[in-house]
Design a protein around this ligand. Structure first.
Ligand SMILES: Cc1cc2nc3c(=O)[nH]c(=O)nc-3n(C[C@H](O)[C@H](O)[C@H](O)COP(=O)(O)OP(=O)(O)OC[C@H]3O[C@@H](n4cnc5c(N)ncnc54)[C@H](O)[C@@H]3O)c2cc1C
Length: 334
C-alpha cells in the first residue's frame, strides 16, 4: 500500500517533498497560505552548489566574492576577493518554484493555494493520512501552534535596479552577521543585512546607514522596494514528532537547518525533503533526522569554521589574502 502525505507550505522544501513523495505515495496534498506559488519572495536567491544538488532552472554564475571589512563607522577598513568559480549561482526562485509546482502536479500532487492550515486541523481532517510534512518555514507551524520559542535570524534586503556582477559582503565588528550585495538572475541587485545573534537589531536603519556611508547610494544602488524575513538556522529538534496519533516531520527552515554562516537554506531544504522521502519509502521515518545529519555533518563542520572566522577579522584577512580561504570554501562547497 502506498502512503498518504499532507504537506504544509508550498515553497522550496514543501514542493521538493511533494515531488519526491509523489513517486511512491497514493496521495500527496500541499497547502500554501499565499495566493501564488513563489511569492512573496524573501530570499537573495544565491544557490550554493554542494553535495551535487542542482537547482531546477539554471541561473547566473558568480565567480567572485568581495569581502569588505568595515570599521565601527561603516567605513572601509580592508578588503580582499575570493574566487568561487561559479560555485554560487543566482537563480530566479519564483520561476523555479512555479516549475517545481508544475512537476509535482504533473505527478498527481494536489496543490491548494490561498489556504492556511493548522497542524491540529490537519490531524482531524486527514486522520487517514500517514504523515504530515511541516514545510512552513521559520518559525515552524509546530512552533507557531504549540508556542515553542526559538531564536531567529532576521534579514532585510533592498531591491535595487542597478546591476552587480559579483557578490559583495561587508563585515562589521558589531554585527554577528553581514551586509551583502547579490546580483539578481535577470539584472538588478539585492542589498541586504542579516544578524545571526541580535534578533532585535534595527536592521532597516543599519542597512540605510551602511548604504550611505559606504557610498552605495552615490554609486546608484537606490532601493526600489524592500523584502525580508526570518532565517531558520537554529535546530528545531526532534525533526519527527507525534500528534493525535499522526506523525509530523519538519523539513527546510521549519527544521531550523539553514546555516549560520551565509544563512543559506535552499539546498538544505531540498536535501532534507529528499532524505525524509527516502526514509519514508523504506518505512524508516524515525531515522530521518539521523540520516540528514549523516549526509550534512562535514558541511556544517566547515560552515562553523567560516562562522568563527567571520568574528575574527585578523585571521580572516590573513587567510583571505593568502588565498587559503578560497581553498577551504571549495572544500565546503564539495
Ligand atoms: C532575506 C533573506 C535572504 C535569503 N537568502 C538566501 C540565499 O541567498 N540563499 C539561500 O539558499 N537561502 C537564503 N535564504 C534562506 C532561504 O530563503 C530559506 O532557507 C528557504 O526559503 C527555506 O525554504 P522553506 O521551504 O523551508 O521555507 P519558506 O521558504 O519559508 O516557505 C514556507 C512556506 O510555507 C507557507 N506557510 C507557512 N505557514 C503556513 C500555513 N499555516 N499554511 C499554509 N502554508 C503555510 C509559507 O507561505 C511559505 O510559502 C534567505 C532568507 C532570507 C529571509
Amino acid at each position: 500500500m502506498g502512503m498518504k502525505v499532507v504537506i504544509i507550505g508550498g515553497s522550496i522544501a514543501g514542493l521538493e517533498a511533494a515531488i519526491n513523495f509523489s513517486e511512491f505515495c497514493d496521495s500527496v496534498v500541499v497547502f500554501e497560505e499565499h495566493k501564488e506559488i513563489g511569492k512573496p519572495l524573501q530570499c537573495a536567491e544565491g544557490w550554493i552548489h554542494f553535495t551535487g544538488v542542482k537547482p531546477y532552472i539554471s541561473g547566473r554564475k558568480v565567480n567572485e566574492v568581495d569581502v569588505i571589512i568595515l570599521d565601527r563607522r561603516y567605513n572601509y577598513k580592508t578588503s580582499f576577493s575570493i574566487k568561487i568559480n561559479g560555485s554560487v549561482e543566482i537563480i530566479n526562485r519564483p520561476e523555479m518554484e512555479k516549475k517545481m509546482a508544475k512537476m509535482a502536479e504533473d505527478r498527481g500532487v494536489q496543490i491548494f493555494t490561498n489556504t492556511k492550515v493548522t497542524l491540529l486541523g490537519l490531524t482531524k481532517q486527514f486522520s487517514d493520512y500517514d504523515l504530515i510534512v511541516d514545510a512552513s518555514g521559520y518559525p515552524s507551524q509546530w512552533c507557531r501552534e504549540f508556542g515553542g520559542k526559538k531564536p531567529y535570524a532576521p534579514a532585510v534586503q533592498a531591491i535595487c535596479e542597478k546591476d552587480a556582477n559579483k557578490i559583495t559582503t561587508f563585515l562589521h565588528p558589531e554585527l554577528d552577521g553581514y551586509f551583502w550585495i547579490f546580483p539578481m538572475a535577470d539584472g538588478g541587485s539585492k542589498v541586504g543585512v542579516v544578524s545571526f545573534t541580535k534578533p532585535k537589531a534595527p536592521l532597516r536603519k543599519l542597512l540605510d546607514e551602511m548604504m550611505k556611508t559606504t557610498g552605495l547610494y552615490d554609486d546608484g544602488f537606490e532601493p526600489v522596494s524592500y523584502t525580508g524575513g526570518l532565517i531558520g538556522c537554529y535546530r528545531n529538534s526532534p525533526f519527527v514528532r507525534e500528534l493525535n496519533g499522526m506523525k509530523a516531520a519538519l523539513v527546510g527552515d521549519a527544521a531550523g537547518i539553514a546555516d549560520t554562516f551565509a544563512g543559506e537554506g535552499m539546498t538544505k531544504a531540498v536535501i532534507s525533503s529528499r532524505v525524509l522521502a527516502k526514509c519514508a519509502k523504506c518505512g524508516l521515518i524515525d531515522y530521518y533526522e539521523k540520516e540528514y545529519y549523516k549526509v550534512m555533518r562535514g558541511h556544517y563542520f566547515l560552515v562553523s569554521i567560516f562562522a568563527y572566522l567571520r568574528k575574527n577579522f585578523t585571521l580572516l584577512n590573513l587567510l583571505g589574502k593568502s588565498g587559503i580561504l578560497g581553498v577551504v570554501n571549495r572544500l565546503a562547497v564539495r
